[in-house]
Each structure stands twice: as structure tokens, then as C-alpha cells.
Design a binder for this molecule. Structure first.
Ligand SMILES: NC(=O)C1=CN([C@@H]2O[C@H](COP(=O)(O)OP(=O)(O)OC[C@H]3O[C@@H](n4cnc5c(N)ncnc54)[C@H](OP(=O)(O)O)[C@@H]3O)[C@@H](O)[C@H]2O)C=CC1
Ligand SMILES: Nc1nc(=O)c2c([nH]1)NC[C@@H]1CN(c3ccc(C(=O)N[C@@H](CCC(=O)O)C(=O)O)cc3)C=[N+]21
Length: 304
């Protein structure tokens, strides 16, 4: 690792966000609006285990109610939608997240669209995604927002910055590109049809990688002095025979070329959870604003 290379650790950023969330949650609870997040998991999926465990732990730490709803893998799409509609109508539930992946027979887009936009804490409803396109950025998909938050830790000026995003999924790559465009960066997006990912990646002052392929990005694909944000969370068996998490970047070699690099674990992951909780408070505050505009006129009733 060259002397001036710095790890971009997610822990301190997550702590900062969670301190704000905790204060916000305490204030809302004191005013009679306790936040409550419901997590929906369908079937038994290993990929969501760590995420849900961390959601529960951090929600408890910040004073946000948390309920895990697990459904059998053979639930039908309409049964799942009905369960979500029930939560939409329940004023005690202030935020809903559907953990991915869901079984193949469940159309994930329809399920995400079934969540009421005011309770969509993950920012995956089409209306929420649309807000990002319109530069309204306060409730963005969690991992995308977390990745951009880490880039800001470098102190680099995002205006005009050459950024390359590898991976263009709706949940990670695309929203990262939109968030960065809103911040004034010049953004190139690569995917599996890109002719030479390496040629693009080597031009990037900031490189975001969200593909799901361990060690895909090697040192010769990175511009010296770049910031590398590794979003990949891949599980593999380590030399000790135990399962471990690795990113999409070959950290060992890339850390000698880049000026900043995110560790995995300990990088984007912890911030993703913190942003989910922050989004839960943004959603709650929007619900409260709606209450005010709907019922606020009562304050102006003339005394009898
Ligand atoms: N840290 C966190 O909080 C989170 C981490 N993740 C992790 O991020 C990674 C990506 O997740 P997600 O976006 O959901 O995954 P998807 O599988 O939905 O998307 C992967 C993307 O990578 C592209 N891709 C595949 N192969 C290549 C290639 N050889 N070159 C360039 N692009 C390629 C795909 O393009 P195409 O569609 O054209 O095939 C696709 O856009 C995973 O490791 C996941 O575990 C995910 C969510 C949260
Ligand atoms: N609807 C949906 N949205 C997601 O964002 C989503 C999902 N489904 N399904 C699963 C993937 C994976 N994911 C993780 C987020 C944080 C950590 C995390 O907190 N990681 C820590 C801890 C790792 C550990 O404890 O071992 C870290 O990287 O340091 C992990 C994984 C979100 N995903």
C-alpha cells in the first residue's frame, strides 16, 4: 500500500448518520409518532441474513421499532401484495422494505410498486426513483446513497469529476449514476455489454463497482490516485475453510494504485444500514407533513 493511500471506512460515517437518526426518532416518538420499520423476507435467502441482522440491531440502537415478517417461499404474488396493502393501511407501520432476492415467481417490480410511496424507505418505488431523476435526493436507494456518501469523505470536488460506475442494476448502479449526475459529476456507466470495462475504468477519478464478481477490478484497471468504491458483497470460502465476505475489487493489488479504497467488510455496508434508518425518518416526516396538511385546518376552527 503506498504511503498516502487511505481506507474509506464506513463505520464513522454510519455512526454520524445514526446519531442524527437517534435524535430524530426520539423527538418523533415524544410527539406521538414512533417510527416503525417492517422488513419482509420471502423464503430462506442467505444473501439477506447479514443485512437483516444489522437492520434489527441498528434500529434498536437508534430507537426505531423493527419487525421482521418472513413469508414462505411458495407465497403467491397477490398474497404478498395483500400483506403489503395491509401494512400500507396500518398507521403503526411507518416504513416497509422488501429484502432481495425474492423467489423467481414473484415479480419484484410489482411488489416494490405495491409499497405506498410514503412508506417506501428503500426508495425503490417508481415514484421514488423518479424523484432522483428530478434531483430530489433526500430519499435515495440506500446502497447508492451510502456509496456516494463515502466518496464525499475523500473531500474530492464532485463537480466535473470523471466517474465510472461498473454495474447498472436498478437498485445500485443506476441510482449511483443519477445521484452523481445531480452532484455535477461526469458519469460513465459500464455493464456486461461494455466493450472494454478496463479502458473506461482507467480514466476514472472515482470508480464505483457493483457487479457481484469477486476481485473483478485489478490494479491495471485503476488510474493512479483514484478513489475506488467497492460495493460488492460476495460470500466465499476463505483459506481457513470459513465463509468470508469479499468485494468486487482486488483490494490487495488495487490499494497500491488508488489513493482511496473502501474495505469490504467495513466500507459501504455499514452505511447502507444507517441510510435505511435515515430514510425511515425521512418517510415518517413526510407522513407527518401529510397529516398536518390534511388535518391542520382543524387548528383554525373558530371557538364555539
Ligand atoms: N454494500 C451493500 O450495501 C450492497 C451490496 N450489494 C452487492 O453489490 C453487488 C451488485 O449488486 P446488484 O447491483 O444487486 O447486482 P445485479 O446482479 O443486479 O447487477 C450486477 C450488474 O453488473 C453488471 N455486470 C455483470 N457482469 C459484468 C461484467 N463482466 N462487466 C461489467 N458489468 C457487469 C450487470 O450488467 P447486465 O445487467 O448488463 O448484465 C448488472 O448491471 C453484489 O455483490 C451485491 O451483493 C448489493 C446491495 C447492497
Ligand atoms: N432490498 C434489498 N436491498 C438491499 O440493499 C439488499 C438486499 N435487498 N438484499 C441483500 C443485499 C446485501 N446487502 C447488505 C447490506 C449491508 C451489509 C452490511 O452491513 N455489511 C457489513 C457487515 C458485514 C458482516 O457483519 O459480516 C459490512 O460490509 O461491513 C451487508 C449486505 C444489502 N442488500
Amino acid at each position: 500500500m503506498s504511503d498516502d493511500t487511505r481506507y474509506l471506512k464506513g463505520g464513522p460515517v454510519a455512526q454520524r448518520i445514526m446519531a442524527e437518526v437517534k435524535a430524530d426518532a426520539a423527538a418523533a416518538t415524544a410527539e406521538g409518532f414512533p417510527p416503525k420499520l417492517v422488513s419482509i423476507t420471502v423464503g430462506d435467502v442467505a444473501a439477506v441474513g447479514v443485512y437483516v441482522r444489522n437492520q434489527k440491531a441498528k434500529a434498536e440502537l437508534t430507537g426505531i421499532g423493527f419487525e421482521e415478517r418472513r413469508f414462505e417461499a411458495d407465497i403467491t404474488a397477490s398474497e404478498l401484495e395483500a400483506a403489503i396493502h395491509g401494512m400500507n393501511a396500518d398507521p403503526r407501520v411507518t416504513g416497509i422494505i422488501v429484502q432481495r432476492p425474492v423467489p423467481a415467481h414473484i415479480p419484484i417490480k410489482a411488489i416494490q410498486a405495491a409499497i405506498h410511496p410514503l412508506k417506501d424507505v428503500e426508495g425503490m418505488h417508481p415514484a421514488s426513483i423518479g424523484n432522483i431523476v428530478y434531483n430530489q435526493l433526500d430519499l435515495a436507494p440506500c446502497t447508492a446513497a451510502a456509496s456516494v456518501e463515502l466518496l464525499k469523505e475523500t473531500g474530492l470536488d464532485l463537480k466535473g469529476l470523471e466517474v465510472v460506475v461498473v454495474g447498472h442494476s436498478e437498485i445500485v448502479g443506476k441510482p449511483i449514476a443519477f445521484l452523481l449526475m445531480s452532484e455535477g459529476a461526469t458519469v460513465t456507466v459500464c455493464h456486461h455489454m461494455t466493450r472494454s470495462v478496463a479502458a473506461h475504468a482507467r480514466r476514472a477519478d472515482a470508480l464505483f463497482v457493483a457487479v457481484g464478481k469477486p476481485r473483478m477490478i485489478k490494479a491495471d484497471m485503476v488510474k493512479p490516485g483514484a478513489a475506488v468504491i467497492d460495493i460488492g458483497i460476495n460470500s466465499e470460502v476463505g483459506p481457513d475453510g470459513k465463509n468470508r465476505i469479499v468485494g468486487d475489487v482486488d483490494t490487495e493489488s488495487v490499494k497500491d494504485v488508488a489513493s482511496w479504497i473502501t474495505p469490504v467488510p467495513g466500507g459501504v455496508g455499514p452505511i447502507t444500514v444507517a441510510i435505511l434508518l435515515r430514510n425511515t425518518m425521512v418517510a415518517l416526516n413526510r407522513q407527518r407533513a401529510l397529516y398536518r396538511t390534511t388535518f391542520g385546518a382543524n387548528d383554525k376552527l373558530a371557538a364555539e
